[in-house]
Design a protein around this ligand. Sequence first.
Ligand SMILES: C[S@@+](CC[C@H](N)C(=O)[O-])C[C@H]1O[C@@H](n2cnc3c(N)ncnc32)[C@H](O)[C@@H]1O
Length: 318
Amino acid sequence: MYDSLFDNYSIMDRLTTPSSKNTNSMWTPPKLVQWIKEDFEKRGFPPPHRLQAELLVSHALNISRLEIYLQFDKPCTTEEQKIVRELVKRRYKREPTAYILQYHDFWSLRLKVGSGVLIPRQDTEVLVECILEKIQERDPSEQIHILELGTGSAAIPLALCYECHNLSIVTIELSKNALEYAAFNTEKYSDIIQQRNNSITLLQGDRFQSISPKTKYDFIVSNPPYIPKHDIDSLQAEVKQWEPIIALNGGETGIDFYEVLLNSAHELLKPNGYLIFEHGYDQLHQISDLVKLDDTLLLDKNRKDYSGHYRVMVLQKS
Ligand SMILES: C[S@@+](CC[C@H](N)C(=O)[O-])C[C@H]1O[C@@H](n2cnc3c(N)ncnc32)[C@H](O)[C@@H]1O
């Protein structure tokens, strides 16, 4: 067992005493990781504990996760330990690791995130996969028009632009704060967007209110807010205390935005166009009941996430 990372003075003494034989008690990068991992476990923080510890240590020491283990016997300086301690203290307040790092990896992209924007989830990669499958059925030389509701960090349009050519994507986001992250991320990947002859237009707006019905789209895609209002309080602290409520709140029953999406599909989708969206792990039946009331949208498929829950619905306009 190591001393507490917060038991500052005894560690400092040993680290600064060149004759110290007690090398086991020196703080090296892997020991910091091990201590933080065990500490987070004891505190009951949500996993993965080792990954979070590695990310915090590599961020603090400005080294890669691999280098943590390559530098297995390199003592950390006082300053490095201080930086690690500050990051760990932020986690004690349940601030999400991605907000502390100011980035999150999604698909093959490193996206800027922080207070005011939802951290893209792994489940949303399943949504991207479903959209890509349908795009790949199209003639690759044709321009494809995509409309996205609730872009957040721009994770979905950027992942599509990373994989495809000839996409013209319009995204709508209500939150000005989230749009700033979307703008930063689209600028960061502007070379990739241009090289593949893609475009992303970011619009601030409420649902589809600012979208002209004269333009028709091949795809409408969305990962909308879908948590029932009264369930938000029961979410883990990292989510309910830190992530924007506007990105979570799907209304009384969680399905407000699916009604918007289904209604707009009539007006805004081209014939044979697709409406593809993510939903909550337990919302398949609720949303299927809504779809049954609609005789112009046909179910193409329901897709499960990697935990085995139905997560994405693909509908085609007849
Ligand atoms: C669940 S988040 C998804 C963010 C991002 N697409 C992703 O997958 O990481 C939903 C997004 O919808 C936005 N939003 C909420 N209400 C909206 C509205 N009325 N009109 C447009 N966007 C809205 C939120 O600000 C949030 O960024």
